[in-house]
Design a protein around this ligand. Structure first.
Ligand SMILES: Nc1ncnc2c1ncn2[C@@H]1O[C@H](COP(=O)(O)OP(=O)(O)OP(=O)(O)O)[C@@H](O)[C@H]1O
Length: 599
């Protein structure tokens, strides 16, 4: 606070000449006004204080009578704290920098201010004391020479030493006494006049992290240092606990991922080496956000794999949005994918519509049959892949999107590029990680497991308990499955629903499947014939392989009859009619006796 803030105009002031000329009047005026000190001026400048003390006043031994005191004046812009308060007067003379008198300040006013400040400071100190004492970390304070002035309870707790054994002792003596094991960090901070952090060991075996900071004022004067001390033993215990918790959570996380994968694996049949490779690759790419292109014939399980990637990836909490690009006309597909603004076209919804790219935010969009997409839309998809943004139909401002793209096709995209039906730049954007799913006929080992899987599924769905005869499984294993897994699934469902018996046998199989085996048998045989003999026979003939089991006489007769009838009638069906049995029985017997048809 500056002096100018307390300055006031004196109720009575005199010129130095009046002291000589009319002292009685001055004294009488002062008595009337109960004043015993007034300012004396000389040509408007400070000249001192006129004092009048009567004999009977309580003067504490001060000089009685009237006289002019040679008291100093102070500049009005001086800080109160810089003013030396005179002990024997009650007012101060105040002047401006031109030495002109501007007023007086009552010493009592200054004292009031000081008392208030003192009380505030004392309150603040009490508060700081409470903070220091209640700080959990240890605190040690030394003066500029290195003598301990203060330690808090935390410090005594950490070191096991009482407060009285610290206070007043030099920090270097504490090392000598063995209270500290290493050179004092606080002493180093004091000497080097900079912050120092180090490890301090104590005879208790505890290790503490000590950070000491020198206290230096604005003028660069060193006042001491403060050291804060933290128990490393506790910290390292907490760190170990944290690490253990982190390990545990990591363990649970990977267990959860494994479990999820296992559950997913249970729903995807992958017995063959080819399918296991597919699953392995899909599992690996799931961890990265790259674009995936799944290739394979219709019904091989492209969507199943896309779903698996989504469920095994970090986007599992986000949506999985699927669209068949071949199922919609171009305009409709565009508004489905990108959405449209309000009034974008006749029939558009009032408030516009968000597209599937936006609906897949944070998740995965599966663009099935991407090979069917028009070149105009391919450009828009390319932009999403390159810039993660698109514009709605009828809109102008781009919309940012964060979704992973998985595309699939049954087409040969390279062929389509050659024909100008597919953009090469989009192809290479999609072809980051290609996954090729082989057709079912090339992975026969999957067929029995798939049959069993769908048998269970549809048995559960329809509340039945049907089983497949091993021979049926064998026949279906050799079938060519042009519709792949979807066709297999449909067949099993159809058999469960339509066949009343609980044991599904060869005779229950639809004709196409049986004929297909005959064709398969035929082709195997023809190959062999072609290599074995150059002779060709335009008429259908019957040939024999090794019979499946040893034959007795009755068996031999049955086989001969079969061969004759087949040769005579030329087809399985007609042979069955001639012998009065079903064509499936004929096929069964042909297999049993190793009989094949040739053309
Ligand atoms: N490995 C498998 N394990 C279990 N089910 C499968 C497997 N592969 C495919 N499926 C099932 O077969 C059916 C067809 O699969 P999906 O729809 O994934 O084939 P797709 O290749 O995407 O067909 P499209 O190209 O016609 O869309 C689905 O019912 C699916 O659940």
């Amino acid at each position: 606070m500056r002096l100018s803030e307390l300055v006031c105009t004196p109720v009575y002031q005199i010129d130095i000449n009046q002291v000589q000329d009319e002292p009685e009047k001055i004294i009488s005026d002062m008595q009337t006004l109960s004043l015993f000190e007034i300012p004396v001026l000389s040509q408007g400048r400070w000249a001192g204080i006129f004092r009048f003390l009567s004999k009977d006043s309580d003067t504490n031994g001060e000089k009685h009578g009237a006289y002019v005191m040679n008291a100093p004046s102070f500049y009005e812009d001086m800080e109160l704290k810089d003013i030396p308060i005179p002990r024997n007067c009650t007012i101060l003379g105040v002047v401006n920098r031109q030495e002109e008198f501007t007023g007086i300040v009552h010493i009592a006013d200054i004292q009031t201010i000081f008392i208030k400040e003192y009380e505030t400071t004392r309150e603040r100190i009490r508060f700081l004391d409470a903070i220091i004492d209640n700080t959990y970390d240890g605190i040690l304070i030394v003066d500029s020479l290195g003598y301990v002035t203060r330690v808090n309870q935390g410090f005594c707790r950490l070191t096991g030493v009482k407060e009285e054994d610290f206070v007043g002792v030099h920090v270097t003596d504490l090392v000598q006494k063995g209270t500290f094991k290493f050179p004092s960090v606080t002493w180093s901070a004091l000497q080097k006049r900079r912050d120092i952090t180090g490890i301090q060991k104590y005879p208790t075996g505890h290790e503490h992290l000590v950070s000491a900071v020198p206290i230096i004022d604005n003028q660069g004067k060193l006042h001491g240092a403060v050291a804060s001390v933290r128990d490393m033993t506790e910290l390292s215990r907490l760190r170990q606990e944290l690490e253990a918790v982190q390990d545990l959570s990591q363990h649970y996380k990977s267990e959860l991922t494994d479990l999820r994968k296992r559950v997913l694996f249970d729903q995807i049949i992958a017995v063959s080496g080819q399918m296991q490779k597919v699953m392995d690759l899909a599992g690996r790419v799931a961890n990265f956000d790259s674009t995936v292109l799944i290739l394979g014939e219709s019904g091989v399980g492209k969507e199943v794999i896309a779903n698996f990637i989504h469920k095994s990836s970090s986007r599992v909490q986000g949506p999985f949005v699927k669209i068949n690009c071949g199922a919609l006309p171009e305009e409709l597909l565009e508004s489905e994918l990108f959405g449209y603004e309000a009034g974008a076209f006749t029939g558009a919804k009032k408030g516009g519509k968000i597209g599937l790219f936006q609906a897949a935010e944070g998740g995965v969009i599966f663009l099935d049959e991407i090979g069917e997409m028009s070149p105009a839309l391919q450009v828009k998809v390319l932009r999403v892949l390159q810039e993660q943004e698109f514009t709605r139909v009828g809109g102008i401002s781009p919309i940012q999107v964060n979704c992973r793209v998985i595309a699939a096709t049954h087409r040969d995209l390279k062929e389509q590029i050659k024909k100008g039906q597919f953009r090469e730049d989009l192809f290479y954007r999609l072809y980051v990680v290609p996954i090729h799913i082989p057709p079912l006929r090339e992975r026969q080992e999957d067929i029995p497991a798939l049959l069993q899987y769908f048998l269970n599924k549809y048995n559960q769905k329809y509340g039945t308990q049907k089983t497949l005869q091993p021979e049926v499984i064998q026949i279906l294993k050799n079938y060519s499955w042009h519709g792949n897994v979807r066709q297999l699934s449909n067949l099993v469902e159809r058999m469960i629903v339509t066949i009343p018996d609980s044991y599904i046998q060869q005779m229950h199989l639809p004709e196409d499947y049986i004929q297909d085996i005959s064709a398969a048998d035929h082709s195997v045989h023809s190959e062999r014939q072609a290599t074995n003999t150059a002779a060709s026979n335009p008429e259908p003939t019957i040939s024999e392989r090794e019979p499946k089991e040893n034959m007795n006489a009755f068996g031999a007769m049955e086989r001969d009859l079969l061969i004759r009838t087949l040769t005579q009638h030329g087809s399985v069906r007609k042979a069955g009619q001639a012998l009065g049995v079903s064509h499936t029985t004929i096929i069964k017997k042909m297999r049993k006796y190793g009989i094949e048809r040739n053309r």
